[in-house]
Ligand binder design. Structure first.
Ligand SMILES: Nc1ncnc2c1ncn2[C@@H]1O[C@H](COP(=O)(O)OP(=O)(O)O)[C@@H](O)[C@H]1O
Ligand SMILES: N[C@@H](CCC(=O)OP(=O)(O)O)C(=O)O
Length: 256
């Protein structure tokens, strides 16, 4: 397969996956992601949407208070550390990385959208992997409501991705009944995204903010743009490779 035929994956990685549920960014997880991207590089091109700035900061500093402004300051402290960890681990495998900080309001302005897509395309053409996070200094949407799920979906739409792959800490979306019975059963494939809303059970995990609701919202945006969303367990090693090869249980939200 030639480079031009590669499928484009927007890969969203949340703080839970990046910390493997602990209090610090897991270099092992970032290495795992880098290894998989290096292995799949001929068939897929990757654009990453990564949370983890606040989690990275907490390794180095404790700031008083729980207000949004404190979280914004933490994100500002942690973002360069997060990018350093990505850069160090990806470089080891010959992968080049770059940083893009975006906010929702950017997706409402035609000129900004054109600038984003042009920049990302030049980066990808030159073998740089864009690593996107919300610009938490100017916007508080993700810190308050969300995980970067919706930002990832808007990015996937803008860059005409083939797949929006959301890495989380469950084997995709389970049926509500199976969670209640404690025998988790993954919904493997579904088109009716509205029906998924009824399967939400409980709220969020340790570092999470949006829970399954924001993932379903993201999948709706992606579906309307003709993009499949895969919700995959990023806590497990080789989760990208295994989902591409259909070797693990995960949820595929398909377009009609
Ligand atoms: N039907 C469901 N199937 C799986 N997880 C669900 C479901 N409903 C709610 N959840 C919750 O959503 C969480 C994942 O979202 P979140 O905590 O925001 O993590 P992330 O940081 O990966 O975005 C799960 O750990 C679980 O607590
Ligand atoms: N921009 C913030 C996002 C925080 C967030 O809640 O996202 P997530 O870890 O996806 O639930 C950060 O990088 O820490």
């Amino acid at each position: 397969m030639g480079k031009l035929d590669r499928k484009r994956i927007v890969l969203k990685i949340g703080s839970n996956v990046l910390t493997k549920g602990t209090d610090h960014i897991s270099r092992g997880k970032i290495e795992d992601i880098a290894r998989q991207i290096a292995a799949l590089n001929n068939t897929y091109e990757f654009i990453i949407v990564s949370s983890g700035a606040i989690a990275a900061a907490k390794q180095f500093v404790q700031l008083e208070g729980k207000e949004v402004t404190v979280k914004q300051a933490l994100a500002s402290i942690g973002q360069p550390h997060l990018m350093r960890i990505y850069q160090e681990n990806f470089r080891e495998l010959g992968l080049l990385t770059s940083q893009c900080l975006l906010s929702y309001s950017d997706f409402e302005k035609e000129q900004a959208k054109t600038n984003i897509v042009n920049t990302i395309n030049v980066l990808v053409e030159n073998n740089y992997i864009p690593i996107i996070n919300e610009n938490d200094t100017v916007a508080t949407d993700e810190i308050k409501f969300g995980d970067n799920d919706k930002l990832a979906a808007l990015t996937a739409e803008l860059v005409k991705a083939d797949i929006l792959l959301i890495a989380t800490n469950t084997d995709g979306i389970y049926t509500k009944a199976s969670i209640q019975n404690n025998e988790m059963e993954t919904i493997t494939s579904i088109t009716d995204v509205a029906q998924l809303g009824q399967e939400i059970f409980g709220s969020v995990s340790k570092h999470g903010t949006g829970g399954m609701a924001t993932k379903i919202e993201a999948a709706t945006i992606a579906q309307n743009a003709g993009i499949d969303t895969w919700i995959v367990n990023g806590m497990k090693d080789e989760f990208i490779k295994n989902s591409v090869n259909d070797d693990v249980n995960f949820t595929k939200i398909t377009t009609a």
